[in-house]
Ligand binder design. Structure first.
Ligand code: SF4
Length: 375
């Protein structure tokens, strides 16, 4: 065992939050096995043998965006690339969610900063329609970046906007837009989007109003290891101030078709190390999610031995994720729940179906008859 890990393991056992220096030691240790064992022990203390997944629908409602993030391969300039523009009318979003049935527990929608779509006129009626037709489905909508854009557009405070979204049925806000909080790096990669202070302020306000959320970190671009650990410490402190984050999701940078393509791809070891460091640093987060569409099913299965306890969503068989597929991900678009369950069981864990807020369902659960919409 790397002797540098001894003191850290002792702190973890005693429940003492790890410092920035501890995080760097975890990132730099050559002893990947002890790192994994420590992260796995924390995961099992929190969720035992359970590993979660959700049956969901995933929709990117628009790819028009004016934020100009350098790592992005998804955003489209509507004047220069008209043929690539996707801008779904509300009816299409609703119908798309139902294309392969109603037996799902979450609809997950994110998109670009599109002035024609990020408006309350578009979203409030659509959210109410979802809630009326599919009361068993939780709405996981937007990122903090989209919420900031919408607040500016309507000249509303974050608190006022969030109250309106909550009233219309918002259950959970997605973790995107966090990227990397360290200001100098953030200015280089995404100067046109929500700053770290506002990202955190929006999530803390969501939690105060009873809306759950997730958190992410984009790693493998130009950031330093110090930036990564600083990001995790800031998330932990935010969770302390205003609890409500359900899960942390490490997002590996994908280089195809964007301005940071010199950074290349992350490695398998960097991926699993990042899951383990996150599990150990974020002692006040219940869940660490290995999102198969980003690191791939095989790395995500290994991540279950390195502290992750969630594989995220199946997606519907007609869903079309565009953000990571534009950037070169080799993952498919859809995984059935049988495959998820087999991967989890092979890793030595018990698959558990959930919704956005981690309520548990039997794997063969179907919505009550009365809740199904008329065909
Ligand atoms: S990452 Fe999001 S906010 Fe940034 S350019 Fe792409 S779509 Fe726009």
């Amino acid at each position: 065992m790397d002797p540098a890990l001894k003191a850290i393991e002792h702190k973890v056992e005693e429940g003492v939050p790890l410092s920035l220096a501890d995080g760097l030691t975890l990132y730099r240790t050559p002893d990947i096995h002890t790192l994994g064992r420590m992260a796995r022990a924390v995961k099992e203390r929190k969720s035992g043998k359970k590993v979660f997944y959700v049956l969901n629908r995933y929709i990117n409602s628009t790819n028009v965006c004016y934020a100009g993030c350098k790592f992005c391969s998804f955003a489209v300039d509507e004047f220069k690339e008209k043929e690539r523009v996707v801008r779904m009318p509300a009816d299409v979003v609703f119908e798309k969610a139902l294309e392969t049935g109603t037996n799902f527990n979450q609809v997950h929608i994110v998109g670009g900063h599109d002035p024609r779509q990020l408006s309350l006129d578009y979203w409030l009626p659509l959210m109410r329609r979802f809630k009326e037709a599919l009361p068993h489905v939780q709405l996981s909508l937007f990122t903090a970046a989209e919420i900031e854009y919408m607040a500016k557009r309507h000249r509303l405070s974050f608190a006022a906007l969030i109250a309106m979204l909550k009233e219309a049925g918002l259950d959970n806000v997605n973790g995107g837009g966090a990227e990397i909080f360290a200001e100098e790096t953030r200015k280089k990669i995404c100067p046109g989007k929500v700053n770290s202070e506002n990202w955190l302020a929006i999530h803390e306000e969501l939690h105060r109003q009873g809306v759950a959320s997730n958190a992410t970190m984009l790693y493998g671009q130009i950031e330093s290891l110090e930036d990564r650990v600083d990001h995790l410490v800031r998330l932990r402190e935010s969770q302390e101030r205003s609890p409500g984050f359900n899960a942390f999701i490490p997002l590996a940078f994908h280089p195809d078709g964007n301005e940071l393509n010199d950074c290349g791809w992350t490695t398998g070891l960097d991926d699993i190390r990042t899951f383990a460091v996150a599990r150990l640093m974020l002692d006040n987060f219940d869940h660490i999610k290995a999102y198969w569409m980003i690191q791939g099913l095989k790395v995500c299965q290994v991540a279950l031995q390195f502290g992750a306890d969630d594989m995220d969503g199946t997606h519907g068989s007609t869903d079309e994720e565009m953000i990571y597929h534009s950037a070169g991900t080799q993952s498919g678009q859809f995984v059935d729940d049988r495959t998820f369950r087999a991967l989890i069981e092979q890793a030595g864990y018990e698959p558990v179906r959930r919704n956005s807020t981690y309520e548990e369902f039997p794997h063969d659960w179907t919505p009550p008859e009365r809740e199904l919409i008329e065909a």
